[in-house]
Design a protein around this ligand. Structure first.
Ligand code: AHR
Length: 510
């Protein structure tokens, strides 16, 4: 249909886009806007969990300001307890009276001791307070089949048993119902160093004993590749196709980190020039190709299985901030990270027929965090503001977008300068989100609509700054923040919008 419009009107010259108001038949799952909180550095302990006796204002041990900020962006789900930590976490050590919980060493992240004071009850209470869905990554690396089976029973069963008695003894009468479960994490690496066939075989046993209790069907996520190692997907899906066990999982996980300098010297989060800016955007844009190439393999082996993609770890990974603990992955967050967030979320929206969940790594004080804390203080990062602006897309009807934008060129390389995605909410309002990666140039876009509607521009929001490394600090927490955006208007059914340099933008039409 869109192609017809393009050909018949010749509209599709540069910086033109077409939004199809009638072409959508699915919603953008709000779970694309999910988060990830691991027992890593100061994410859980100190970031989210300060304990009931802390002088820091808290609600049953959870830092109040963090709760409030996460509620304000409508956080739809939270993945826990890892990450690599998940495969060394023994959930039974984190239940019951706190004084009886054994301490453990977090061997992946900093070799620090943890007292297990934040466990299953605390995590699920946090999710209830946030009104979000819990996503639990099960231990398939160092835990047993029985242990994972027991965990599911403990949180989901409503039938007399050892596990349900134990739950009640620990103060929780009703089961919670955790729908989303990861069957392991990065099993090709920290989750057990398996090959895809070994993982397939192990996964089938663990998944079999992760039971769905009456009216509580589980949604299980199998482990996908490390970045572009598509051989993993090829071999794993071949196993599934040949042995016919696709019903043992519903989603297939991808992890994709944008690492500007590569895994050695990743580069500073705040000290960079245009070359690093460009490289970061270029690498982040590869997410689209990663999604497409995995889908091609899945659909070749399992054309009828309808397996969702779950990007349950993504975001920028920079060098840790100077002076912070090794293994704690504390990094600052600039306008560059916000651009990566905006374009990645646009990609997920555009692929939302198959991408059904994504989780930014990680919520507080770790990697591309939305919140940073320092003793009593909490600040919102530029990435937080992108999640705030993009809330309009949560569970809204997806609108297909065709975009022909100009390139951004540097040192002989070219990438698309702009990205966009669109949706329509239950009240009929249309929202379009854009990113413009060009650091010094505004881009004027003309947006045409296919389908019936008499739309008017009502308002917009923008996140931008004069400096590409602008960020918020505890001394200057509002250096980068959302402002109103007026630079758009409708002209004879066409939306004309000027995207400021290095910006993330949302426009609303009604
Ligand atoms: O998010 C940090 C780590 O990155 C996670 O623990 C792991 O799954 C990934 O390698």
């Amino acid at each position: 249909m869109l192609a017809g419009l393009v050909i018949s009107t010749g509209l599709f010259s540069q910086n033109q886009m077409i939004v199809d108001l009638d072409g959508a038949d699915h919603k953008i799952s709000r779970h694309i806007y999910g988060h990830f909180s691991e027992h890593l550095g100061r994410c859980i302990y100190d970031g989210i969990w300060v304990g009931e006796d802390s002088p820091i204002p808290n609600d049953q041990g959870i830092r109040s300001e963090v709760l409030k900020a996460l509620k304000e962006i409508g956080i739809p789900n939270l993945r826990w307890p890892g990450g690599c930590f998940a495969d060394e976490y023994h959930w039974k050590d984190g239940i019951g009276p706190k004084k009886d919980r054994p301490p453990m060493i977090n061997t992946h992240w900093g070799m620090v001791s943890e007292d297990n004071s934040f466990g299953t009850h605390e995590f699920l209470r946090l999710c209830e307070m946030l009104d979000c869905e819990p996503v639990i990554a099960g231990n398939m690396g160092s835990g047993t089949v029985q242990e994972l089976s027991d965990w599911v029973e403990y949180v989901n069963a409503d039938i007399e048993s050892d596990m349900t008695r134990l739950r009640k003894q620990n103060g929780r009468e009703e089961p919670w119902y955790v729908k989303y479960w990861g069957v392991g994490n990065e099993s090709w690496g920290c989750g057990g160093n398996m090959n895809p066939t070994q993982y397939y075989e192990k996964m089938t046993r663990y998944s079999t004993y992760m039971r769905s209790y009456p009216d509580k069907p589980l949604y299980k996520v199998a482990v996908g590749p490390s970045g572009f190692n598509l051989d993993w997907t090829e071999e794993f899906m071949k196993n599934v196709a040949e042995k016919g066990k696709s019903w043992l999982f519903n989603g297939y996980s991808l992890h994709y980190y944008t690492v500007p300098g590569g895994w050695g010297d990743k580069g500073s989060a705040t000290e960079f020039g245009e070359s690093e800016w460009f490289t970061t955007i270029r690498k982040a844009l590869r997410l689209e190709e990663l999604i497409d190439r995995n889908l091609q393999i899945i659909d070749r082996y399992l054309p009828d299985a309808n397996i969702d993609l779950i990007v349950d770890e993504w975001g920028c990974w920079h060098n840790r901030e100077p002076g912070t603990k090794p293994g704690f992955l504390y990094q600052q967050n600039t306008l560059r990270d916000a651009l990566v967030a905006g374009l990645s979320l646009n990609i997920f929206n555009q692929k939302s027929d198959r991408v059904k969940m994504a989780n930014l790594a990680q919520t507080v004080n770790v990697l591309q965090a939305v919140l940073l804390t320092n003793e009593q203080k909490v600040i919102l990062t530029p990435t937080y503001h992108v999640f705030d602006m993009y809330q309009v897309h949560h569970d809204a009807r997806y609108l297909p977008v065709q975009l022909n934008g100009e390139d951004y060129e540097m040192d002989g390389r070219k990438i698309p300068a702009i990205t966009a995605s669109a949706s329509r909410d239950d009240e009929g309002k249309v929202h379009i989100t854009f990113t413009n990666a060009k650091p010094e140039e505004a881009v004027a876009v003309q947006c045409h609509f296919q389908g019936s509607a008499d739309l008017q521009f009502t308002h917009g929001q923008v996140l931008t700054h004069d400096q590409m490394n602008a960020h918020n600090t505890f001394e200057n927490p509002e250096n980068v923040q959302i402002s109103n955006f007026e630079d758009a208007h409708m002209d004879d059914g066409t939306l004309k919008v000027d995207l400021p340099p290095k910006s993330v933008l949302m426009v609303e039409l009604n």
